[in-house]
Design a protein around this ligand. Structure first.
Ligand SMILES: Nc1ncnc2c1ncn2[C@@H]1O[C@H](COP(=O)(O)OP(=O)(O)OP(=O)(O)O)[C@@H](O)[C@H]1O
Length: 314
């Protein structure tokens, strides 16, 4: 597989803040890599370092050339803060960007690809936030790039639009386009990416196929009990439990053992509001490796199980 993007020991500091700390990664042709990580982890700085829009130490090559010398026709870049001219229609904007290249795609085809065929004549300022973001994604596609770098492309786009965009990106990857995407959406990362890179405090703490990350760092299946759960009830269970303000998480509960756990809770008089069972997923990996929950509070307390789960007694 041809190496499309190579980054070695990339480092970027802003004063005392080390935004990128020795990050190395390689993307092969047609590969999709998703970068995830908490706010401030360094995702945007990495995209900027990879595209030469910020200075960084280390080595970066796109198609074997430095980012500043690479053939711009081959690159599509969506910066996180991309904000085009407000008083142009979606079609005029894409036509403007298409005009910057020697060869470009038919603008109406691009508008259709990003789901804007019906809104092509609307001023950018009058498009919804999601439609604006689709326009911005469209602007990165007008030159039919071989490498796409998209910093949070689906932010603000509704679920149906997000799925459409994922299909579009999957189609591009199938056609050989290499894609680096940053996202806070774990479903998006799992669905799209061949490999997911987790950034935390400027370091790439893991990078692997989503299923490999889940197998290595996702932990066990878990039963989440929402409601007011007493620590002593949690302590009586033969499982690892975490009690916090939302309720309790019970780890390692196999599907066939859910009923027994629920009976134990009921016998202990726990008046729970809801129960949900989940398999380990990318969000669990994210929590494990970054110490952050995606959209939830921090753990309040954690303790080891009082006894090893025993098959017949769960
Ligand atoms: N131009 C800048 N000047 C000073 N500090 C900066 C600058 N750009 C980024 N930083 C700092 O570098 C760190 C990484 O920021 P970055 O924007 O790369 O994070 P991120 O992972 O993209 O975050 P988010 O998920 O919020 O977009 C942060 O501490 C940020 O405050």
């Amino acid at each position: 597989m041809e190496e499309v993007l190579v980054a070695e020991n990339v480092r970027r500091a802003y004063g005392d803040t080390v935004a990128l700390d020795d990050v190395s990664l390689t993307l092969g042709e047609g590969e999709v890599v998703a970068l995830v990580g908490p706010n401030g982890a360094g995702k945007t700085t990495l995209v900027r370092a990879l595209t030469g829009t910020t200075d960084a130490e280390g080595r970066v090559e796109l198609f074997g050339t430095s980012p500043r010398d690479v053939d711009r026709d081959r690159i599509g870049l969506l910066p996180q803060d991309f904000s085009p001219h407000d008083r142009l229609t979606a079609r005029e904007l894409l036509a403007y960007y298409a005009g910057l290249y020697d060869e470009s795609r038919d603008v109406d085809r691009v508008l259709a690809d990003v789901g804007l065929a019906d809104d092509a004549g609307t001023w950018y300022e009058n498009l919804s936030g999601g439609q604006q973001r689709r326009t911005c994604v469209g602007a990165t596609l007008v030159n039919d790039p071989d490498l796409l770098l998209l910093d949070e492309p689906t932010t603000g786009i509704d679920p149906a639009g997000r799925h459409d965009l994922w299909e579009l990106l999957e189609g591009l990857a199938d056609a050989g386009v290499t894609i680096l995407v940053t996202t806070h959406d774990m479903e998006e990362a799992h669905r799209l990416a061949d490999r997911v890179g987790l950034l935390a405090d400027g370091q790439l703490v893991a990078m692997d196929a989503p299923d490999a990350l889940i197998a290595n760092y996702g932990g066990e299946s878990r039963l989440t009990v929402s409601g007011d759960v007493d620590e002593s009830v949690a302590a009586a269970l033969r499982y690892q439990t975490v009690v916090d303000g939302d309720g309790m998480t019970v780890s390692g509960v196999a599907p066939e053992d859910i009923g027994a756990v629920v009976r134990e809770l009921e016998e202990a008089g726990v008046d729970y509001d809801g129960l949900s069972w989940s398999e380990p997923d990318l969000e669990a990996v994210y929590m494990e490796l970054t110490g952050n929950r995606v959209g939830r509070g921090d753990r309040a307390s954690e303790r080891e199980p009082t006894a090893a789960p025993a098959g017949g007694e769960r």
